[in-house]
Write a protein that binds this ligand. Structure first.
Ligand SMILES: Nc1nc2c(ncn2[C@@H]2O[C@H](COP(=O)(O)OP(=O)(O)OP(=O)(O)O)[C@@H](O)[C@H]2O)c(=O)[nH]1
Ligand SMILES: [Mg+2]
Length: 457
């Protein structure tokens, strides 16, 4: 069902913490006359009505009908324009008891509150000018960040670093556009000299925009992570390496061939990149139908991976079987050859492989570095140069549109076309950037941005 945010002032409430048993839970509320409405459900009703913004109140949440105490709580009061949403709001810190939370929410419904939709608090904050759209998007990006790096990058966007970068570019474009408009507004004979368009400046701005757009794949990698699969013949040491990545004894390791019969997955962080790592059933002519099915499933996981770590048993050397496996695997998916058991390797190591010992950890950090570089691909250099990254497709598409329009603008000048052909291109770039920061919005844009949020955010 499509989410729509029609009303921005009616009373909304939502549990902002996970639905489950916990020490504390937070119920968030917001809307016009929120405090006065909720005060009827407080034992200290009068005190709450007079409460100043930014104050905490220890109280009892009651059923106004029966006066029954539903929970002992602390309430945080925010009066417009302070607080998260910029409108009157109140947060209830209650016990994390499921029946308790349910009773409070039911009482709020009876008092006139409705369930908040995903992202509705943040949307109200955006509409009340608390932050721009890139910062609003960063709120959910922080919540869903899977690594410290992703969280830090999103925090930078929340503090407005992306907004400032884009806003600066936009202002420079507005200056250029107004130069053109002056020229267009007055007949040529009224202005002594016709202006020289600052092509280099436009190209520089285009380059800045393109560089920001280029951070998307890396930004997305840090926020969403990648799928990395350990593959190879039985007994090559996949499970041993899997456990080394996890720093725990998770997968069964044994010298018996065919120990792992299905695939196992776990999230790990490799140099800040969240990675869903898969240990799989080793390839061999299988002994039974169950193992065969395990190998088939493992091969399927490898097909959909972002990266395969193909392990070669260094004590056996690079075999015909390895060669055949690699032939089968070579397709779309990137592969790193891992020369495992380097500590007891007797044979010659293939030149393009990384020597590792899953037993004593030799070569592990070189392997991590290689995984990181392979996953980032061409984004690796962008990553080193950039503090600001984007991880939203919406932002990437708008940056691409702005860069494209500026390229068109430059082309019109090079082709000696009249200025009234150049102006709309620059104007479109400005619009794209305005849409990015949320200066230009529509219900559809807001739906797209906020429907991916958690309820209570
Ligand atoms: N010396 C040495 N032994 C290793 C190394 N890595 C794994 N082994 C040993 O090799 C054997 C097989 O290891 P596993 O990790 O179970 O191998 P696997 O690839 O998961 O095997 P399957 O699950 O059967 O596909 C075990 O006895 C490990 O202790 C290594 O780097 N050096
Ligand atoms: Mg195994």
């Amino acid at each position: 069902m499509k989410t729509r945010y029609y009303d921005t002032e009616d009373l909304i409430a939502a549990l902002a913490t996970p639905w489950g048993e916990s020490a504390l839970a937070i119920i968030r509320t917001s809307g016009l006359n929120c405090i006065e409405t909720i005060a009827a459900c407080f034992l200290g009703q009068e005190r709450l009505i007079k409460a100043e913004s930014g104050t905490l109140h220890h109280d009892y949440f009651i059923d106004p009908e029966t006066q029954e105490h539903l929970d002992e709580i602390v309430a945080a009061v925010y009066r417009a324009p302070s607080g998260y949403t910029g409108q009157e709001s109140l947060e209830i810190f209650c016990h994390g008891s499921l029946p308790g939370i349910q009773r409070i929410l039911e009482t709020l419904h009876a008092a006139g509150f409705r369930d908040a939709r995903p992202g509705e608090f943040t949307m109200r904050a955006f509409l009340n000018g608390k932050f721009d759209l890139t910062s609003a998007e960063a709120v959910q990006e922080i919540v869903s960040a899977k690594s410290k790096k992703a969280q830090a990058l999103a925090l930078g966007r929340l503090s407005g670093n992306l907004f400032h970068e884009i806003d600066t570019i936009k202002h420079e474009l507005v200056t250029i556009l107004s130069m053109i408009e002056v020229q267009l507004d007055y007949a040529e004979d009224e202005i002594e000299e016709s202006i020289e368009l600052p092509i280099t400046a436009i190209l520089d701005l285009r380059e800045k925009i393109a560089q920001l757009a280029a951070t998307y794949s890396t930004g997305k990698l840090f926020s969403e992570g990648a799928r990395v699969v350990l593959a190879g013949r039985t007994n090559s040491g996949k499970s041993s390496l899997f456990n080394l990545f996890l720093k725990e004894d998770r997968s069964i390791v044994s010298e018996i061939h065919g120990t792992t019969r299905d695939y196992i997955e776990s999230w790990v962080t490799i140099r800040g990149i969240p990675v869903k790592l898969f240990d799989t059933a080793g390839y061999r002519e299988s002994m039974d139908s169950i193992e065969e099915e395990g190998i088939r499933r493992s091969a399927k996981v490898a097909e959909s991976a972002d990266l395969i770590l193909y392990l070669i048993d260094g004590s056996l050397g690079f075999t015909e079987e390895n060669k055949n496996d690699l032939k089968q695997l070579s397709g779309e998916v990137e592969i790193i050859l891992v020369w495992n058991k380097a500590d007891i390797a007797a044979k010659k190591q293939p030149a393009d492989s990384i020597a590792v010992s899953a037993v004593n950890g030799t070569g592990f950090s070189v392997l991590e570095e290689n995984i990181c570089t392979k996953l980032m691909g061409s984004g690796a250099s962008v990553f080193r140069d950039s503090e600001i990254m984007i991880d939203s497709l919406r932002q990437k598409e708008l940056l691409d549109r702005a860069a494209e329009s500026l390229s068109e603008a430059v082309k019109t000048v090079e082709d000696k076309m009249p200025l009234d052909v150049t102006a709309p291109e620059i104007s479109d770039a400005i619009d794209a950037l305005g849409e990015l920061t949320g200066e230009i919005t529509s219900a559809d844009i807001l739906d797209r941005v906020f429907s991916g949020f958690c309820v209570g955010k």
